[in-house]
Ligand binder design. Structure first.
Ligand code: ATP
Length: 246
């Protein structure tokens, strides 16, 4: 994949639920080759944007393309994107080995050797039922299944929210390794700013359904008086009116 291509382009993208715009006039170009951190207060529209990007929701206004121009949800888009939704959905009564089998049978490009090797490295037993794994192991299993599809874009919605600090760190290390070694572009939403600081190179900050800040983190920090991503983000988040920050 060319590093100059955009993995996501949104043009005046909007999503309305009833009378409320969950996302409004969102225009973004996310270049390939980054770990993009999507942050913003509860209800800012992060999940809405991710669902539009992966084709799980249809826009009410504007449009979104991925991987250099493929319409979200088109076969080319689905083929190149792996998505892990917010609460790490796994079949709880199914063993790890069967999860691999199911995922492989649903995806024509699935690297079973990679999946098995990674789970062995992580010490996740193949015979264990997914529901009996720890939260950190479940998250790692979902991530492994996503990466084994060999996506060009990995989309993760709040992947570490339920994890303890060590599991968070390990999870993000895997994401970072995939981005560095395999050139996977990553778009992930999270509230855990300290973890993002280590792995993210690009930031999108949403508030009240609108993009408040977007760019390379190096550039954003150089242009601001803030010493870190965490403090830069907090300074923007604090400007969000309380009634919509919830
Ligand atoms: P959080 O950090 O809490 O996960 P978020 O930034 O992901 O929040 P969204 O889940 O995208 O925010 O929600 C944005 C807005 O859209 C919220 O006001 C939410 O209540 C509303 N919304 C989201 N999905 C729906 C839906 N299916 N029906 C109605 N309203 C919705």
């Amino acid at each position: 994949m060319s590093m100059s291509m955009n993995v996501l382009e949104a043009n005046a993208l909007g999503k309305r639920y009833g009378g409320t715009w969950a996302l409004r006039e969102c225009s973004l170009q996310l270049p390939a080759g980054h770990v993009v951190a999507l942050i913003g207060p509860n209800g800012a529209g992060k999940t809405t944007l991710l669902n539009l990007a992966v084709g799980l929701a249809a826009p009410s206004a504007g449009g979104v393309t991925v991987l250099g121009g493929a319409p979200a949800g088109s076969p080319a888009a689905l083929d190149g994107i792996a998505f892990v939704a917010q609460d790490t959905p796994l079949y709880k009564n199914v063993t790890v080995a069967d999860m691999i089998y199911i995922t492989r049978s649903l995806n024509r490009r699935f690297d079973q050797a990679y999946a098995q090797a990674r789970l062995e490295d992580l010490g996740i037993p193949p015979r264990r039922k997914a529901g009996k794994l720890s939260g950190g192991q479940q998250a790692q299993l979902a991530l492994t299944l996503a990466l084994a599809r060999r996506p060009r874009l990995l989309v993760l919605d709040e992947p570490v929210a339920m994890l303890d600090p060590i599991a968070r760190h390990d999870f993000m290390a895997t994401v970072q390794a995939a981005a560095a070694a395999d050139g996977v572009s990553v778009l992930l939403s999270s509230h855990v700013l300290t973890e993002l600081q280590r792995v993210a190179s690009y930031l999108v900050l949403l508030a009240c359904g609108q993009v408040r800040l977007a760019g390379r983190i190096d550039d954003l920090l150089a242009a601001s008086s803030q010493p870190s991503l965490e403090e830069l983000a907090l300074s923007y988040l604090r400007e969000t009116p309380a009634e919509v920050a919830r």
